[in-house]
Design a protein around this ligand. Structure first.
Ligand SMILES: *Cc1c(COP(=O)(O)O)cnc(C)c1O
Length: 363
């Protein structure tokens, strides 16, 4: 068996232990005589997997029974549309931070709904196009007085900028946490709704994991398609229709792994992994970090070499050494090393050695 050091931003590295457990249980899950993929979602065995996955996620986030956790298909991107469809009514204003590609896409969806309904989208801070990439500073936020909700993104996966301090807002606070959920210490109780595409730090692709205050879900619009109402998923325990059962099962296995590793321990390891790479960048005149130091992500480390040809050579040479997917996103270029919870320290050490060596040869 040969496993690559896979720096992909998503779908991303899963814990090897989880993959092996899944492999072990694949054709006969715990004596049921079938794979989880083949089980009825309303049978005897699947609901246990479903309930346990939710309970462990809630425990890890430290959220109580005022929240419901739901699994919704369409990934993070569908959440961009569902949020305003449910919570931005005619005449209301929603506050959106424009911090990069992803929050920009969320804002774009909100504007579509706002235009349809006669509502307003207020951009509370705009640093999406800034290079070096960054997040808004404390002084920059311009919240409106009566926002229906405020939407932020905690980690911009493409730019490699991360919000270290969550802003204080008066009304409901919503967050896209796709690329740093359970990868950094957060007080999840500050959020009325938070969500993540599972394929970054939680499991395989195929769904968004959404935590939402039950009281909030009940207040969402009812004149939109049933599947797009949060209340449908909340009231039916994500079993209104057939959920992505296999993805939920693997998500559940990842949650067990996070509990076993200890989340505080993972947060510390993530910071150590990121620091090793940033230290090489800072000690060199060759590499340049893409994000402002105070907003550097501990999940997606973005940097460049002196020119685009060398960036390409870097990615190609690293690939030959078993380090894959280091190419930066096409919209910003350069190099991106994604190091979510499941990415091993040994892979970071290999990258750091390679970076030093590459600089010696090409600097
Ligand atoms: C990947 C990503 C998304 C989009 O997720 P999809 O599941 O591909 O729709 C949204 N927000 C952030 C921050 C992401 O990293």
């Amino acid at each position: 068996m040969s496993r690559a050091y896979n720096f992909s931003a998503g779908p991303a590295t899963l814990p090897l232990e989880v993959l092996q457990q899944v492999q072990n249980d694949l054709v006969d899950y715990k004596g049921t005589g079938m794979s989880v993929m083949e089980m009825s979602h309303r049978g005897k065995d699947y609901p246990v997997i479903h309930a346990e996955a939710k309970a462990n996620f809630k425990e890890l986030c430290g959220i109580g029974d005022d929240y419901e956790v739901v699994f919704i298909q369409g990934g993070g991107s569908q959440q961009f549309a569902m949020i305003p469809m449910n919570f931005l009514a005619a005449g209301q204003t929603a506050d959106y931070a424009n911090q990069g590609t992803w929050s920009g896409k969320a804002l774009k969806e909100a504007k579509i709904i706002a235009d349809l309904r006669g509502a307003t989208v207020n951009t509370v801070a705009n640093c999406a196009k800034d290079i070096p990439t960054r997040m808004p500073t404390d002084a920059e936020w311009k919240f409106s007085d009566n926002a229906a909700y405020t939407h932020i993104c905690t980690n911009e996966t493409i730019s490699g900028a991360q919000l270290k301090k969550i802003p204080e807002v008066k009304g409901p606070l919503f967050a896209d946490m796709s690329s740093d959920i359970l990868g950094i210490d957060r007080d999840f109780n500050k959020f009325d709704l938070f969500y993540a595409g599972a394929q970054k730090n939680l499991g395989p692709a195929g769904m968004a994991v959404v935590a939402i205050k039950k009281e909030l879900a009940a207040k969402g619009a009812a004149n939109i398609p049933t599947m797009l109402q949060y209340r449908t998923h909340v009231d039916n325990d994500s079993l209104y229709n057939t959920p992505p059962t296999f993805a939920i099962y693997i998500f559940g296995e990842v949650m067990k792994w996070v509990k076993k590793m200890g989340k505080e321990n993972l947060f510390k390891l993530n910071d150590q992994k990121a620091k090793k790479i940033y230290d090489v960048i800072d000690a060199s005149g060759f590499y340049k970090g893409t994000a402002l130091p105070e907003f550097r992500s501990n999940m997606n480390v973005t940097f460049t070499t002196p020119n685009a040809d060398l960036d390409k050579l870097f990615v190609d040479e690293a690939k030959k050494l078993g380090m894959s997917s280091l190419k930066g996103h096409r919209s910003v270029g350069g190099i991106r090393a994604t190091i979510y919870n499941a990415f091993p320290m040994a892979g970071v050490d290999a990258l750091v050695e390679f970076m030093k060596d590459f600089e010696k040869k090409n600097g």
